[in-house]
Write a protein of this length. Structure first.
Length: 250
């Protein structure tokens, strides 16, 4: 699920290359200072600071920083609905994320087709893209926490796939340029070098534009996100603090 800046659902789209599709924070104006983990018997929201740092929901029961919070019937019902609706949103988010992977992979195939890669490079690219997409979709399907998509773990994952794909393309173009230059075709060599340079500077913005195709699917999630925000309104812990698990901006 995605509640930490509501970007878990789109962070997988960063993997094929360093693109940043607009996330739910931008599209639905929804943010959270908590990580969220969907556990079999409860939802856990946690953060390093400020207090409260740990909020647990379990079928209408509320525990904040280890203390059970007494709730009236209305608040219990609200939190039970919040948990149910958040769990129901998770597979929808995963579907959008998987579709984003498909768009990214298709985009890279089309970009590669226009680069004039050699047959061997195209075959290797196809194989690596298929393997990386399958791995990423498996990761999306298995993930139940925003923590899976943050920090060093995610950076290492992105770096590994970047290092798997981009040097393959650049290396093939570079070798073609070298062969052309050695054969006396300096213009072709220059064109290939320009194409390789274009890869470094223009591929990301072109892929960003391709990812805009996800926007209608993201927008379709916004009503459910707003409903979650409304359900938590007015629920407070034992010290009178509002839960504020999710904020909706203007």
């Amino acid at each position: 699920m995605c509640l930490r800046h509501l970007s878990l659902c789109l962070l997988p789209l960063l993997v094929a290359l360093p693109l940043h599709a607009q996330d739910l924070a931008t599209t639905c104006h929804a943010t959270s200072s908590y990580d969220v983990t969907l556990r079999p018997d409860s939802l856990l929201f946690d953060r390093p600071s400020p207090a409260p740092t740990r909020v647990e929901l379990n079928q209408g029961a509320l525990r904040v920083d280890g203390a059970v919070v007494g709730l009236n019937a209305e608040d219990q019902d609200r939190l039970a609905l919040f948990e149910r609706d958040l769990r129901a949103l998770a597979p929808r988010v995963r579907t959008v994320a998987r579709h984003g992977v498909d768009i990214a992979v298709q985009g890279l195939h089309e970009e590669a087709a226009g680069m004039g890669l050699g047959a061997d490079a195209r075959m290797q690219l196809d194989q690596r893209l298929a393997a990386d997409a399958a791995s990423l979709k498996q990761r999306i399907g298995a993930s139940n926490s925003t923590k899976d998509w943050q920090g060093d773990a995610m950076n290492q994952y992105v770096s590994r796939i970047e290092s798997d794909l981009l040097p393959l393309i650049a290396g093939d173009l570079g070798q073609q340029a070298l062969n052309a230059a050695m054969g006396g075709d300096l213009q072709t060599a220059a064109d290939l070098r320009d194409r390789a340079a274009d890869l470094a500077t223009q591929l990301e913005p072109r892929m960003r534009r391709r990812m805009q195709a996800l926007r209608p699917q993201i927008l379709a999630l916004c009503p459910a996100i707003r409903q979650l925000s409304e359900l938590q309104q007015g629920v407070r812990d034992n010290r009178g603090r509002a839960l504020d698990l999710l904020q909706i901006g203007g």
